[in-house]
Design a protein around this ligand. Structure first.
Ligand SMILES: Cc1cc2nc3c(=O)[nH]c(=O)nc-3n(C[C@H](O)[C@H](O)[C@H](O)COP(=O)(O)OP(=O)(O)OC[C@H]3O[C@@H](n4cnc5c(N)ncnc54)[C@H](O)[C@@H]3O)c2cc1C
Length: 392
């Protein structure tokens, strides 16, 4: 089989989905291929939040926080069926890194950076905090900061973005279980071989431009393709989550906990279960189907036990676990994954091959816009950001 397209997008996670939709909404002839099912890798293994990232204020990443808050508040409007705005409780103790008044300043900056589109933050004292979260450890508790972020169905957002593109644009098509296995230059553009993962059939695709949006798989794929010399760009970071039985914790709202080693742990209640995450650890290839280890699970359980002393938490409370790999972009040889920026990076190994990695679920719409704009203009069309602000 042979396919001719203007643009081939490789990777059906949220980033590839966002670029695919952007190009489709501009009328570009575009094909998306994903080697697994859409959204099955990192984009379904996140903490499932659209958020500015309160902790990035610590590293003064104000522009990242501002952009993420703008996107969070936008998607709350564009995809209300997939998003749930929540009050996040940040318990503050006598020995917390930041006292209650500094938490108030940070939350005020957070709301300011949202151009006051966030619902306003609040600071509550110990008595009110224990009334609203009765099983919180009362010893040393000073109160809570309360701010607003969004809980999202990450996988449904990814598949929704892809299907909204194929439904609205005749020139856009998307294939699951199709893997890019080779890429070469031709006189007129690029030639790719795509393998159908179930039948093993090879499909030859010719394209003018190729976008590689394979998240944590970027370095592996670029070495495998051997299309251009490639130095590793990523500092992959494993994060795990556990789903607990709903009656394990007596909470009605998400809580944001600070672990002893300085990490942030989210506790997010759903109607029928509770999500706890996450960790940040080195990980080695292969990244598909990675699992949470016993040590990682124990780390999360022991941390929440310290906060929720009024509840009976044990390994028996666990319904299931999952793990994912953050496609962080390495910065100047640093190896601290928690401190590595969540900014994205775009690479152009040749003038018509665009590769992207890093970023966050929250910022997927804007991450790939520089790539989409370049391609749309090369196709002789006019790029308009406004086209991407279309409800799902
Ligand atoms: C533990 C954890 C918690 C997180 N929490 C949040 C959060 O709460 N909020 C937030 O904003 N962000 C969060 N993130 C970050 C966010 O999830 C990621 O930045 C985002 O999902 C990455 O999307 P992606 O499309 O780049 O990668 P992926 O979702 O991994 O997509 C890449 C796709 O490329 C495909 N692929 C690879 N090779 C090929 C090939 N040869 N041919 C075809 N397809 C190929 C893969 O199968 C995969 O589906 C979290 C990440 C982790 C790991």
């Amino acid at each position: 089989m042979k396919i001719d397209t203007d643009v081939l997008v490789v990777g059906g996670g949220i980033v590839g989905a966002g670029i695919f939709r952007d190009l489709a909404l501009h009328g570009v002839n575009v094909l998306l291929v994903e080697q697994n099912s859409f959204g099955s890798q990192t984009s379904s293994r996140s903490s499932k939040m659209l958020h500015g990232g309160l902790r990035y204020l610590e590293t003064f990443e104000f522009s990242l926080v501002r952009e993420a808050l703008k996107e969070k508040n936008l998607w709350k409007e564009l995809a209300p069926n997939l998003c749930r705005e929540e009050q996040f409780f940040l318990p503050i103790y006598k020995d917390s890194k930041y006292p209650l008044f500094m938490t108030g300043i940070a939350l005020a900056i957070y709301d300011l950076l949202s151009s006051f589109r966030n619902k306003p933050f609040k600071i509550i004292g110990k008595t009110e905090a224990l009334k609203r979260m009765p099983s919180l450890n009362p010893i040393g508790l000073k109160g809570c900061g309360i701010y607003h972020d969004v809980v999202v169905d990450d996988e449904a957002l990814t598949t929704g973005i892809i299907s909204s593109a194929t439904k609205t644009c005749k020139k856009a098509s998307a294939k699951e279980f199709h893997s890019l296995v080779s890429l070469s230059k031709t006189k007129t553009g690029l030639s790719a071989i795509i393998k159908q993962m179930h039948t093993g059939e090879n499909i030859s695709v010719s394209a003018k431009e190729v976008v590689i949006a394979v998240g944590p798989f970027l370095d592996h794929l670029m070495h495998q393709l051997n299309f251009v010399p490639w130095e590793d760009k990523l500092l992959p970071s494993k994060g795990i989550h556990i789903w607990l039985k709903r009656d394990t914790l007596n909470i009605e709202h998400p809580a944001v906990l600070q672990s002893a080693d300085g990490r942030v742990i989210f506790v997010i209640p759903y109607p029928d279960k509770i999500l706890i995450g996450t960790t940040e650890d080195p990980v080695s290839w292969p990244y598909q189907d990675i699992k949470a280890t016993d040590d990682e699970i124990e780390y999360l359980l022991s941390n929440i036990k310290e906060y929720f002393t009024g509840d009976n938490i044990s390994a028996k409370s666990i319904l299931s676990t999952y793990a994912g790999v953050r496609p962080l972009v390495a910065e100047g040889g640093g190896s601290d994954r928690g401190k590595t920026s969540r900014e994205h990076m775009v690479f152009m190994p040749t003038h018509n091959v665009h590769a992207i990695a890093g970023g966050k679920l929250t910022t997927f719409r804007t991450m790939g816009q520089s790539i989409s704009k370049t391609i749309v203009e090369r196709m002789g069309l006019i790029y308009s950001q406004r086209k991407t602000i279309l409800p799902l």
